[in-house]
Design a protein around this ligand. Structure first.
Ligand SMILES: [Zn+2]
Ligand SMILES: [Zn+2]
Length: 342
C-alpha cells in the first residue's frame, strides 16, 4: 500500500475530529438547554406547578436547596467532623514512563474508584425534593476533603525492573471527595412526583436526554463553564479539521504526481519502442541472405542469440513466443541476448 501512512493518519484524524465535533454539539445543546431552564424555589409553588403540569412532571427545571440526608449521613474517613451524602474515594498511581522518543513523562493511572451514596433531599424550610440516582449526573460537584500523595521508596529490584521496563513508580495518591451535608447546591433535571408517595417530589436524570447537573455553581457560572468546554472542543475541531485537509491535500498531490510520473514513463517507453522498431525496419529493408533470416518466420533478420547453445537463429518477435528449446538443436534455453551481426 503506497499511501498506508497517510491513510492511517487521515483515519485517526477523522476519528478525533468526529469525537470533538460530537462533544462540541453536546456542549452547544447543553448550554441551550440550561439557558432555557427556569430556576424555582423549593416550596409550595413547586407542588402547584407539578399539579398543573401535563403527566405530573416538568421535563427540565432547576432547583436550589440545602443538602439533607434521608437517613444516617456518611462520615469522612480523613476528617471526622465532616459528614455528607456522597463519598468518593480515588486511588491513583503516579508513574514515570520512558516514551518512544526516549524522554521520561509522568502519568497518572486510576487504580480504584469507589462511591458511597445515601438517599438525600434538597431542602428549603418545610419543603424538600429527593434527588434520585445522583451518580448518573453529567456534572456532580464534590468537595475535596483530603488529598494525600505518598511517594514510593524504590528498592534495588524496583530500580532494575524500572530500568528494563521503562516504567518507574513515583507514588500513590489517594483522594477523598464528598457532597457535604448542609451545603447549598443547584440541581437541574426532570421533576415529578414519586410513584410510591405522591406527596414526595423527586428530581432525576431527564428522560428526554437533557443533561443532569448537581452543582455548587450558579446557573450563570455553569453556563460559562460549559461554554469554555464548548470553545475548547471548537478549537480541537478546527485543528483536527485543518490537519485532515492538509493530509487530504498531501494525498491528492502525491497521487497526481505519481500519475504524472507514470504518464511520462509511458511516453518514454513508447518513444523507445518506436525508435527500436525503426532501427529494425532499416535492417529488414536490406536484402538478407538466406542464412541471415529467422528460421521461424522466414521474414525478419536473426536478432537473438540463444544460450547456452549459442545459436543465432530467430528474430525478436519470434523470441517472444519461444520459451523452452532452441529451434535448431533443441537445447533448453537458459538465457538470451540481442545479437548484433554487422
Ligand atoms: Zn522470426
Ligand atoms: Zn541451438
Amino acid at each position: 500500500m503506497e499511501y498506508l501512512g497517510e491513510i492511517i493518519a487521515f483515519g485517526i484524524d477523522t476519528v478525533v475530529f468526529a469525537i470533538c465535533l460530537k462533544q462540541y454539539i453536546y456542549y452547544k445543546n447543553s448550554i441551550e438547554a440550561v439557558k432555557s431552564v427556569e430556576l424555582h424555589d423549593i416550596g409550595s409553588d413547586l407542588k402547584n406547578l407539578i399539579d398543573n403540569s401535563l403527566n405530573n412532571k416538568i421535563d427540565y427545571v432547576a432547583i436550589k436547596g440545602i443538602v439533607k440526608p434521608l437517613g444516617e449521613s456518611l462520615q469522612s474517613i480523613n476528617k471526622k467532623n465532616v459528614t455528607g451524602v456522597i463519598q468518593k474515594f480515588t486511588v491513583s498511581e503516579h508513574v514515570i514512563a520512558r516514551t518512544s522518543t526516549g524522554f521520561w513523562s509522568t502519568h497518572e493511572r486510576i487504580i480504584q474508584k469507589l462511591y458511597r451514596v445515601v438517599p438525600f433531599v434538597l431542602q428549603k424550610g418545610w419543603y424538600s425534593v429527593e434527588i434520585i440516582d445522583p451518580l448518573s449526573a453529567d456534572i456532580l460537584d464534590l468537595d475535596i476533603i483530603s488529598d494525600n500523595f505518598e511517594p514510593s521508596v524504590p528498592t534495588f529490584v524496583d530500580l532494575v525492573w524500572g530500568f528494563f521496563t521503562g516504567v518507574r513508580q513515583r507514588g500513590i495518591q489517594s483522594t477523598e471527595e464528598m457532597l457535604r451535608e448542609n451545603s447549598s447546591i443547584t440541581a437541574i433535571g426532570e421533576l415529578s412526583t414519586s410513584q410510591n408517595k405522591s406527596d414526595t417530589l423527586i428530581l432525576q436524570s431527564p428522560l428526554n436526554g437533557s443533561p443532569f447537573y448537581i452543582t455548587s455553581m450558579s446557573i450563570t457560572t455553569l453556563i460559562r463553564n460549559l461554554d469554555d468546554r464548548k470553545k475548547l472542543y471548537r478549537i480541537f475541531c478546527v485543528i483536527s479539521g485543518a490537519i485532515g485537509l492538509l493530509l487530504g491535500g498531501i494525498m491528492v498531490r502525491r497521487y497526481w504526481k505519481n500519475k504524472q510520473e507514470q504518464r511520462l514513463m509511458e511516453q518514454l517507453r513508447q518513444s523507445l519502442e518506436t525508435s527500436r522498431q525503426e532501427r529494425r525496419q532499416r535492417v529488414r529493408d536490406r536484402d538478407l541472405r538466406e542464412d541471415q533470416i529467422c528460421v521461424v518466420c522466414n521474414t525478419n533478420a536473426r536478432e537473438i542469440i540463444l544460450l547456452p547453445c549459442g545459436h543465432v537463429c530467430i528474430c525478436e518477435d519470434c523470441s517472444a513466443s519461444i520459451n523452452n528449446d532452441c529451434p535448431i538443436c533443441r537445447t533448453k534455453i537458459t538465457q538470451r541476448a540481442a545479437a548484433y551481426i554487422v
